[in-house]
Write a protein that binds this ligand. Structure first.
Ligand code: G6P
Length: 397
């Protein structure tokens, strides 16, 4: 029991015996939990990503020294070098952040095995963790019940656990062996946006650090370091110059009831996250699929009650995604293409972003999807910050 008076907090246990408690001061900026003129927290949180991402990167990415590293991992250089297997664990948006980052870890660290697991599945499986594994536990709130259960099980098996957490002082943050806070600030809206961006960035820094320890080629590392450093400005550019045009496109699709998001490679997890964001706040039934799976089922769904979001990246898979798009067009689909390419694209609507990033452009495309989902949900008059039936922190199964 805590009896709070103007000048004191008096703590007692159930037998009314006085308790002493260690007081920890949590730095809280009141402006961070106000809407600051925005209609919804969700829009505010999308718009503040350049700033929150800078906090994630601050002191951790130093392009002038070709260096990126996280403090607080509590791993020696030898322990870092010896890591052969990484398992990334999370739920919801944190799971998709882990999935996107897993592609970067694989690109960065030759020979590294990376698994990404949904916490509620992993905890009931008889899974095996090889020697020299490290578990990366992702959570915005640091309180998700399934993620916490996995953390405890993995620790019980003697595997090192590292947290990538937003909420300072949360249970998962206190129980991991080491890790980092992403410093995205309080996220009020149930649908997670800025935490996703910061989690992917933090995991990418981890990947660079691991690659540095293992001696990956400096050229690849420098590209990642430069792109990480440039990411906040690139997101800022898109938010500033394209917010209104994204709104215009989104509002044209606000009356549909079904949507399919497609992407290949790093854009596959982005497609899954785009579908999740849309369904959470707009209640449009949305699925995310790997582009190559189109012919294995979802193509059957294409009709006039459906729209498709096709994510296309200006890379070696661009033409493959264009073929998927053509297949949907041939069946009379309604495709919104979101791309960083300047090449000709035949779709009902095209949202082009202007970015110099190559490796990390999926993170920018995801920001476009966040705005797209927001404007559709707002046009439908939904309570976008508090979607029906959902909770911000899922602390029970
Ligand atoms: C809930 C929230 C999601 C979040 C997920 C995982 O479902 O509504 O936005 O992604 O939990 O939460 P965590 O705090 O562990 O990242």
């Amino acid at each position: 029991m805590a009896v709070c008076t103007a000048g004191a907090v008096d703590l007692k246990d159930l037998d009314a015996q006085p308790l002493t408690a260690k007081v920890e001061q949590v730095e809280a900026d009141m402006s961070a939990i106000q809407k600051q003129g925005y209609d919804h927290f969700l829009l505010k949180e999308i718009m503040e990503q350049p700033t929150t991402l800078r906090s994630t990167l601050n002191g951790r990415v130093i392009p002038a020294e070709n260096r990126a590293q996280l403090g607080g991992l509590n791993l020696t250089a030898d322990e870092l070098r010896d890591i052969e297997h990484v398992v990334i664990i999370g739920c919801g948006t944190s799971y998709y952040a882990g999935m996107l980052a897993s592609y970067y870890l694989e690109q960065l660290v030759d020979g590294l095995t990376v698994d990404v697991e949904i916490a509620s599945e992993l905890r009931y499986r008889s899974f095996n963790l090889p020697k020299n594994s490290v578990a990366l536990v992702l959570s915005q709130s640091g309180e998700t019940a399934d993620t916490l259960a996995c953390l405890r099980e993995v620790r019980r098996r003697g595997v090192k656990t590292l947290g990538v957490i937003n909420a300072v002082g949360s249970t998962i943050a206190r129980e991991v062996d080491g890790g980092v806070y992403v410093h995205a600030g309080p996220e009020i809206s149930v649908a997670s946006t800025k935490a996703f961006t910061s989690q992917v960035a933090a995991l990418t820094i981890f990947g660079v650090q691991l690659a540095q320890a293992k001696g990956t080629s400096a050229q690849l590392l420098n590209q990642y370091i430069e792109e990480l450093a440039a990411l906040p400005d690139e997101i800022e550019h898109v938010l500033k110059n394209q917010k209104d045009s994204i709104q215009q496109v989104a509002e044209k699709y606000a009356t549909y009831e079904h949507a399919l998001f497609l992407g290949r490679d790093t854009l596959y997890p982005v497609a899954m996250e785009g579908a999740l964001k849309l369904k959470e706040i707009s209640y449009i039934q949305a699925e995310g699929y790997a582009g190559g799976e189109l012919k294995h089922g979802p193509l059957a769904l294409v009709d006039d009650r459906f729209f498709e979001v096709m994510l296309l990246q200006n890379d070696w898979l661009f033409e493959k995604s264009v073929s998927n798009l053509a297949e949907i067009n041939a069946r009379g689909g309604h495709v919104v293409a979101i791309t960083n390419s300047h090449k000709q694209i035949d779709a009902e609507a095209v949202i082009r972003i202007d970015t110099k990033l190559e490796r990390l452009s999926p993170i920018v495309l995801n920001v476009v999807q966040q705005l797209f989902a927001y404007y559709i949900a707002a046009a439908r008059g939904n309570d976008v910050d508090q979607p029906r039936n959902l909770a911000k922190s899922v602390t029970v199964e």
